[in-house]
Design a protein around this ligand. Structure first.
Ligand code: TRP
Length: 330
């Protein structure tokens, strides 16, 4: 039987090149394989843990749906939906929270990091922590279990969350009899670290991102800001640098080899940036065009999301009924 794949996309911040190569592209590639049933959702309930502005939450959710569609997600192959359109996830989350030890949740990285930071600056341990944030991993486990997911493609930063979900399934099945499917994480074997304009890992918290969707001239500006060493034009250049690292993501083998030769010959940084810009710009242009199409046709996006939710709800209902029966609520 086809295996079920579930993954969530949190609609916060601007989607960037690191997100594209780290999450979006691999998830779309998985959906092109025959043997998987893919369910990808916009984790708007999760975003609510940090976003407290209704316009922002709505816009972020819509934009992230446009990005996935623009990057090639085929709604005929992937069931794309909005988490909050499937409220059964909250019901399941409550039930799972009743079998989860609080002490266990205290050890979740995301929560622990906040506590550590608060201690460092001498604040109350739980400053800035709402219960949604604390319970984040339980809701995430519910997303996964609700759809009987076998595999969950995630970045390495999410591995602990999958471990937590697995623990919950184990405890639930032991307590109430085997009723939940055990999920496994799928991570990219060698996840390349994608560098931002300052040479550190591309991340919105470093302010060094290159968005997937931006105008050509903004892209050019961002590339011109990329930090380089001080080698002069005509001097050979080290390919272990941000410009080369980025170029490799967009170019084919042959192009990479000839770019390397140019580096050895002593291409100027200005010229190297120009070549990188042209490569990225031509790669991103069709994505931009598709994005604009969806952005300007929100009713098409809405229809895709509602259709997706319609497909998901009967599955969710089946799981909730099974779970309620198992615990004695039905
Ligand atoms: N926590 C994930 C992230 O920040 C998003 C997410 C929510 C998710 N629910 C999920 C991922 C379920 C996989 C499965 O990226």
């Amino acid at each position: 039987m086809a295996k079920t794949i579930v993954t969530g996309i949190k609609p916060t911040g601007i989607a960037h090149i690191g997100n594209y190569f780290g999450a979006i592209k691999p998830a779309i590639e998985l959906s092109n394989k025959e043997d998987y049933n893919c369910f990808y959702f916009i984790a708007d309930y999760h975003a609510l843990t940090t976003v407290k502005n209704k316009q922002e939450l709505k816009e972020n959710s819509f934009k992230i749906a446009c990005i996935w569609l623009a990057c090639g997600l085929d709604p005929n192959k992937v069931t794309l939906y909005r988490q909050s359109d499937v409220p059964q996830v909250c019901e399941l989350s409550w039930i799972l929270s009743c079998i989860t030890a609080k002490g266990f949740m205290n050890r979740a990285h995301a929560y622990k990091n906040i506590v550590e930071k608060n201690k460092e600056i001498g604040s109350e341990e739980d400053d800035g922590v709402n219960m949604g944030l604390f319970n984040y991993p339980i809701l995430m486990a519910s997303d996964i279990v609700l759809l009987n997911s076998n595999y969950v493609p995630v970045g390495k930063d999410q591995l602990q969350h999958i471990e937590i979900a697995r623990d919950m399934v184990k405890i639930f099945n032991k307590t109430f009899g085997n009723s939940l499917i055990m999920p496994s994480a799928i991570t990219e074997k060698e996840q390349a670290i994608i560098l931002g304009t300052d040479g550190q890992k591309m991340s919105k918290s470093y302010g060094n991102i290159i968005p997937i969707i931006c105008e050509s001239n903004q892209l050019q500006k961002l590339i011109s800001k990329i930090v380089t060493d001080s080698s002069l034009p005509n001097q050979p250049k080290n390919t272990n640098c941000t410009i080369f690292n980025l170029y490799k993501l967009f170019a084919n083998e042959q192009e990479i080899m000839s770019f390397e030769t140019e580096f050895k010959k002593g291409i100027s940084w200005a010229e190297a940036k120009k070549i990188l810009f042209e490569k990225m710009d031509s790669f991103l242009e069709p994505i931009r065009q598709k994005y604009l199409f969806y952005f300007n046709n929100p009713q098409i996006v809405e229809e895709i999301l509602l259709k997706g939710a319609q497909k998901v709800r009967p599955i969710a209902e089946e799981t909730i009924t099974r779970v309620k029966k198992a615990v004695g609520l039905k």
